[in-house]
Write a protein that binds this ligand. Structure first.
Ligand code: NAD
Ligand code: MG
Length: 342
């Protein structure tokens, strides 16, 4: 790249959703020249313009950049790469992903002249922005898939620093490790596991005749307080703060719920990620119109704990002023973004 200034490469951000908006804002505040690439008339174009960015078509944005960050939904990236990125990206540019899915599962085979890297913040976009604004960062992992220039790692670390990816906490990984651990985390523990644990706990109490509102506090609301302790000081810190009775109950009863069978099921989740079963299923689901995905998601949205929570949270005045998870979220909620992306 002849125009490259070692420390401030020109960056195109394609996609202005959860990660895209946060990366674009943080990189700009870090002094980078950022152009946003979006389909004209697409749902997030207004948002990017309102935030003061130069918005170009994906093809134009890609053509003028030294680093191209692909921050559209994973399921549209393969076609986007084929139709728009590969024909327009400059020789020797750096192609950057925030998740290794498409490269790892062979949906994208990047051109041989490109550097190909991954910078994945370990948190949702809203947090990537909020943490940056308060002078902190979300820990990130980075990886190099293809190093043509000999500078691929430098580009990844420069970008990681620019988004405030807690550069000092950045861990070097591989596309394989990032993809498989990211999918495992969100399926078994963070999103899938936690949701089902909360719902099952709430249902158990309500089915036994306890008040739904009390069950909500016990099984959902208080989870944040426990997770905050994990975040600050691990399980050790939780034990420092909870009563002896809570500790004894947790130590003797936790394994009633999460037992050897649960762990065997977790290994099954991991195997389906490693052998490509999950990826093939998700790609086929997306290609056929997402009927099953939409039905399952509606089940979560219609679960009675949602209505109970909505009513209780209306009285939690502090939620009006607290920094919200959606502070830096895109213009449309995720459900609508999925619709338009499909
Ligand atoms: P998103 O759904 O929030 O946003 C997608 C953006 O892409 C929107 O601006 C949308 O308008 C645009 N878009 C959709 N189709 C397009 C197309 N064909 N051409 C151009 N633009 C298009 O996406 P996200 O959740 O930020 O995910 C982006 C990437 O970041 C994914 O690879 C994801 O795995 C990764 N990631 C996401 C998170 C997260 O918390 N959401 C965390 C880490 C990594
Ligand atoms: Mg993920």
């Amino acid at each position: 790249m002849t125009t490259s200034t070692a420390s401030r490469p020109k960056i195109a951000i394609v996609g202005y959703g959860s990660q895209g908006r946060a990366h674009a804002l943080n990189l700009r505040d870090s002094g980078f020249d950022v152009t946003v690439g979006l389909r004209p008339g697409g749902p997030t174009e207004i948002k990017a313009k309102a935030d003061g960015f130069t918005v170009k078509s994906p093809a134009e944005a890609v053509a003028g950049a030294e680093i191209v960050a692909v921050l559209t939904p994973d399921m549209v990236q393969a076609q986007l790469y084929r139709d728009v990125i590969e024909p327009n990206i400059a020789q020797g540019a750096c192609l950057l992903f925030a998740h290794g899915f498409n490269v790892h599962y062979g949906q994208i085979a990047p051109r041989a002249d490109l550097d190909v890297v991954l910078v994945a913040p370990k948190g949702p976009g809203a947090l990537v922005r909020r943490e940056y604004e308060i002078g902190r960062g979300v820990p990130s992992v980075y990886a190099v898939h293809q190093d043509t220039s000999g500078r691929a790692e430098e580009f990844a670390l420069t970008y990681c620093g620019g988004i405030g990816g807690a550069r000092q906490n950045a861990i070097k990984t591989t596309f394989k490790e990032e993809t498989e651990t990211d999918l495992f985390g969100e399926q078994a523990v963070l999103c899938g596991g936690a949701t089902k644990l909360v719902q099952a706990g709430w249902e158990t109490l309500v089915e036994a005749g306890y008040q739904p509102e009390v069950a909500y506090y016990e099984c959902l609301h208080e989870l944040k307080l426990i997770v905050d302790l994990f975040y600050e000081g691990g399980v050790t810190r939780m034990h420092e703060f909870i009563s002896e009775t809570a500790q004894y109950g947790a130590l003797t009863r936790g394994t009633y719920v999460v037992d050897d069978n649960t762990k065997a099921q977790m290994r099954k989740v991991l195997t389906e990620i490693q052998d490509g079963t999950f990826a093939r299923q998700w790609i086929a689901e997306y290609a056929s119109g997402n009927a099953n995905y939409k039905k399952l998601k509606q089940g979560d949205l219609d679960h009675p704990i949602e209505a109970v929570g909505k009513k209780l949270r209306a009285n939690m005045k502090w939620l009006d002023t607290a920094p919200k998870a959606q502070t830096a979220a895109p213009a449309a909620p995720r459900g609508e973004r999925q619709e338009e992306a499909a």
